[in-house]
Design a protein around this ligand. Sequence first.
Ligand code: MG
Length: 372
Amino acid sequence: MLADYAVRVEHSRGRRHPEPAHPYRDDFQRDRDRIIHARAFRRLEAKTQVFTRRYSDHFRNRLTHTIEVAQISRTIAAQLGLNVDLVETLALVHDIGHPPFGHAGEKALDQAMREHGLLFDHNLHALRIVEDFELRYAAFRGLNLTFEVREGIIKHSRDYPPEKFPELAEYLLDERPPLEAQLIDLTDEIAYNTADLDDGYEAHLLSLDGIRAGVPIFERFYAEAERQYPAAPGKLKFNEALKRMLDRLVTDLIRNTQARTAAHGIRTLEDVRNCKERVAAFSPEAERERRQAKEFLCNNLYFSPVLEPEKQDAERVIGDLFAHWIRRPSDLPPSYRDQAKDQPLARIVCDYIAGMTDNFIFEQHERFCGRT
Ligand code: MG
């Protein structure tokens, strides 16, 4: 049962290249399937989420993180009466534009680009992947996704000022995205704030006492689990607490978004688009809990001195290779050399690097820049 403010696939603004309808899959379902079958999607498996070197085979990588975001997003979307197929599609594609080495890689690539007066932005890169780089169809370049999926790729996590990004004008930058897209940024946060506590703890970079002292929402549920299962092994109490924390954030997001929809008098999709602010949000209390968890992770995991050497490696590998290909474009694969005829070389080098997995970029570094 779709809410009146949900995106309806039959009202989609459609694809760049019109295609005949499929007999039993609608357009958003087909877009989801196109993303799952894309090469860039498969490469997420070998891209860092938080830990560049593989501490363990059961830690998250960008693909398993993406699957977790899709699961959480589907649950919330169904409760809110949103278009679950569109939400799932947006969740599956939300990190497809990330370069190797997680945020360190993103920063290094952006820095290298700024020296050429350009920038790297993973949402814009994701759009280039689905519009141009994926070659699967004889009739057109890219995946020919519907407007709503492309709009969601651009607008799910941030607002792009129309005057600075005239090339994105078709994506209605002065309007809010549909709730289906608004959700993704928040479910992404729920997924990684909980998962990174888990992986950080398993990696022995975070201690149970540290998490309990620094993450009040976790502590509340840990104390509850301890009262309920005093004899259970520590890790199971930890899992109980984490599961309840995730459930608390999901439930709050559903309820608070419903309340905000009513408070803003939102009835239709146009109301969502014209609302002065995004409607999907946590309650102030859950928002505070979310922020505390994120700050704890920033201070104790993401910027931990233990991970510093990995980050420095990432910056060095990306910086070296970027400089190498700018100096010697003849070392680029032929398809990229060709593109450099009508686009800035820095953009082409950036595209090439951004598409790489962690493994492949290390191989390239060894080949062109000596031992890694
Ligand atoms: Mg993500």
